[in-house]
Design a protein around this ligand. Structure first.
Ligand SMILES: Cc1ncc(COP(=O)(O)O)c(C=O)c1O
Length: 434
């Protein structure tokens, strides 16, 4: 594991903390870049990494890795009528069949896309184009993924009325506000099945029923739900749903969109007649074949969900008992089994993340640090966490390969990082005041 010990570790932590503090105060992106450059020079072994960031992406399943070259050998164009098109066409057919069986829908109701972002954008733009002139109101929650929020922003620029349903710090949607917003003007409601940062689940069936009662359509971003808990689209009674393959131990750049039979629809990408004219572009046969394999590997889903729930509960119990001034966001709310969003008072999330990375553990902050943005997570702020709490947040998301031993090792590492960072913080505050 890439560990640093003693004074060297202390110096590293002080440097990390100082750089992160300065960056937040001055908001100078160049400082972050210097920090980033220096930080990436520290040698780390990827092989020893304990990966605890499964909501960001998942490792590719070994079964899929082993099959990739055979999928790639079916390199023909699935639209070709000659023999070269048969194998790739069959691969698409099998994935569509197995994904449909897993979701309880018809294979014809599934369209392959490049992932969750494309699926989300497609639905919103399609509904604006098809219904915008009769019904111009679009509703979503305040905690949606940026791919949905940005598409909503675009709709507002086009003249749509976009309304947001608040979510409280328990992760619960304000049903009264939702009810009051729905009207005969509502074209579409889009509310995610499970939140990527806190893991909280929304009552999709009930929300869809309320939308349908005023004649509106309902879309759910089910990217985080797929592969973590069972999903039954018919029971949920939604009109559209988005999925992404890289969250289920498969490849990036592949996803799907469910469009209920006869629901209004328009292709976002115009091109050839692929996907029954519903999404132009030669299909990503390798990604789609791998996606099918990933779906077939979900057969023991309920057992794995219980295992992850136990692992997560064990982890949270240890953190709450052994790390003072720690809390779990939306602790009492029903959440995805492997997701834990922690607040560790007084410790900067990014510094914590980098220190844990140096010790060989991969987690994420609530902060949108990937884009070099020093602002805390909009989702955590939206549910009512203070800026300080959001900046002290850390997201841990467990997956298939994680064990109790890894959780134990992680708790020890987290404890030592939090204690040390709090200590350094006190000492440097003293120096600043002197
Ligand atoms: C809830 C949610 N929706 C959409 C996406 C985007 O999916 P993709 O990366 O396949 O575009 C993500 C990915 O993080 C997500 O968590």
């Amino acid at each position: 594991m890439g560990t640093l010990k003693g004074p060297a570790e202390n110096r590293t932590l002080v440097l990390l903390m100082t750089c992160n503090k300065l960056r937040k105060k001055s908001k100078l992106l160049c400082l972050f870049k210097i920090l980033g450059l220096w930080y990436t020079l520290i040698p780390m072994s990827k092989l020893d990494l304990v990966y605890l960031d499964h909501n960001a992406t998942t490792p590719v399943a070994p079964e899929i890795l082993a099959s990739l070259s055979s999928y790639a050998q079916a390199w023909g164009n699935p639209s070709s009528i000659h023999a070269g098109g048969r194998d790739p066409k069959q691969m698409l057919r099998e994935t569509r069949r197995d994904l449909a069986a897993h979701l309880n829908c018809s294979p014809l109701e599934l369209i392959f896309t490049s992932g969750g972002s494309e699926s989300n954008n497609t639905v919103l733009r399609a509904l604006w184009s098809k219904l915008g002139s009769q019904r111009n109101q679009f509703i979503c929650s305040t905690v949606e993924h940026p791919s949905l929020m940005k598409a909503m922003e675009w709709l507002a620029e086009q003249g749509a009325q976009v309304d947001f349903v608040p979510v409280d710090r328990k992760g619960q949607l304000d049903l009264e506000t939702y009810r009051s917003l729905l009207s005969e003007k509502t074209a579409l409601v889009s509310i995610m099945t499970a939140n990527n940062e806190t893991g909280t689940l929304f009552p999709i069936r009930e929300l869809a029923e309320m939308a349908h009662a005023v004649g509106a359509l309902f879309h759910t971003d089910a990217v985080q739900m797929l592969g973590k808990l069972p999903l039954d689209l018919k029971a949920l009674n939604v009109d559209y749903a988005s999925f992404s393959a890289h969250k289920v131990y498969s490849l990036k750049g592949t996803g799907a969109l469910y469009v209920k039979k006869n629901a209004p629809y328009e292709s976002l990408i115009r091109g050839g007649g692929q996907e029954r004219h519903r999404r132009g572009g030669t299909e990503n046969t390798l990604g789609i074949a791998a996606f099918g394999e990933a779906i077939r590997l979900l057969s023991g889903l309920s057992m794995e969900a219980s295992r992850l729930r136990e692992l997560r509960d064990y982890f949270e119990a240890r953190v709450l008992e052994e790390i003072p001034e720690s809390s779990v966001t939306a602790f009492e709310t029903e959440r995805l089994p492997g997701t834990s969003s922690l607040i560790l008072a007084g410790v900067d999330g990014e510094t914590m993340l980098m220190s844990l990375d140096l010790k060989g553990f991969a987690v994420s902050t609530g902060a949108a640090c990937s884009s070099g943005n020093p602002e805390p997570s909009p989702v955590l702020l939206a549910i009512g966490l203070s800026r300080g709490e959001a900046q002290n947040s850390l997201r841990v998301s467990f997956g298939r390969e994680n064990t109790r031993e890894q959780v134990d090792a992680f708790v020890e590492a987290l404890k030592s990082v939090v204690i040390r960072l709090r200590q350094i913080s006190k000492e440097t505050e003293g120096v600043c005041r002197a």
